[in-house]
Design a protein around this ligand. Structure first.
Ligand SMILES: Nc1ncnc2c1ncn2[C@@H]1O[C@H](COP(=O)(O)OP(=O)(O)OP(=O)(O)O)[C@@H](O)[C@H]1O
Ligand SMILES: [Mg+2]
Length: 262
């Protein structure tokens, strides 16, 4: 078996939904065991567009997104299944293309089957999968559309973990959670990512979340990464106007960081 980790790589990606593409030259790469990367930026700046490009759902107009050198938007069926098991994406608003009239049991079973099919099964039960994200067994026979936003969000993360991915891409993973669950989920995610050496990419406007999960954050503005740094540096010493705008939304965090360092 090859010991080289699989690499997801974006090179000079230009992509978007209008004649003025949201992404105009984005590059990043991720693999199992690599330090986590955060991407932040104002609403509508293109974070989810980047997720769509990284997951192969949106073909770049120029530049490339590759997995082990192959364009992800052009993978053949077998390769695509394997890619989707190794590189899991949790969409901002629930599930990509999933029928929400299905039960939780059904969607978890489908994931467990996929995991076995691609040789990444772990013998987990449905209960184990749900417990990973603090969902009790009582949810098993519920239909997806009856779940609350936060329950659904936790289910999508739990499903993404079933195939034991090498790379996990999370788009605003905790927006629907109250602050206590946000803490629980983010701490647990940090532990899981560390234990399993998962290459994590988190896209979020929430700098508190990013400071828990990602040592390095890129600030997306005007189609590009305009600044990159630790969450701490971006908050207390922003260089680009877009970063300054973000830091201004966290006066308490900035004050706390400054006090700590005085
Ligand atoms: N399917 C689509 N069709 C047309 N335009 C789209 C589509 N998806 C996104 N857009 C537009 O592309 C731009 C970037 O959207 P995107 O969802 O990537 O932003 P975002 O940074 O994720 O925002 P948010 O923080 O609100 O989630 C926005 O102007 C949005 O309206
Ligand atoms: Mg978004």
């Amino acid at each position: 078996m090859s010991t080289n980790p699989h690499v997801l790589s974006a090179q000079g990606v230009v992509a978007g939904y209008s004649s003025h593409p949201s992404l105009r030259g984005i590059s990043l790469s991720m693999s199992k065991g690599a330090p986590a990367i955060g991407v932040t930026g104002a609403s509508g700046v293109g974070k989810s567009t980047l997720v769509h490009a990284l997951s192969g759902r949106l073909k770049p107009r120029s530049g490339r997104v590759t997995f082990d050198g192959k364009a992800v938007s052009r993978l053949r069926l077998g390769e695509k299944k394997r890619f989707e098991a190794l590189v899991r994406t949790v969409a901002q608003n629930g599930f990509f293309g999933l029928d929400s009239s299905l039960t939780v049991r059904r969607v978890v079973e489908t994931e467990l089957r996929l995991a076995r099919k691609v040789g990444r099964g772990s013998g987990q039960s449905i209960e184990d999968v749900l417990a990973e994200m603090f969902l009790e067994p009582r949810f098993i026979d519920r239909r997806i559309h009856t779940l609350s936003g936060g329950e659904r969000q936790r289910l999508t993360i739990a499903l993404a973990l079933v195939t034991n991915p090498e790379i996990l891409i999370l788009d605003e993973p905790t927006t629907a959670l109250d602050s206590s669950l946000k803490d629980k989920v983010s701490h647990h995610l940090r532990d899981i990512v560390h234990e399993r050496q998962i290459g994590l990419v988190v896209l979020s406007h929430d700098m508190n979340l990013l400071s828990r999960l990602t040592p390095t954050v890129h600030v997306l503005a005007d189609g590009e990464f305009v600044e990159t740094g630790s969450p701490r540096d971006l908050l207390i010493d922003p260089q680009h106007p877009a970063t300054t705008d973000i830091a201004q939304a966290y006066p308490e965090a900035v004050r706390a960081l400054r006090t700590l360092e005085d």
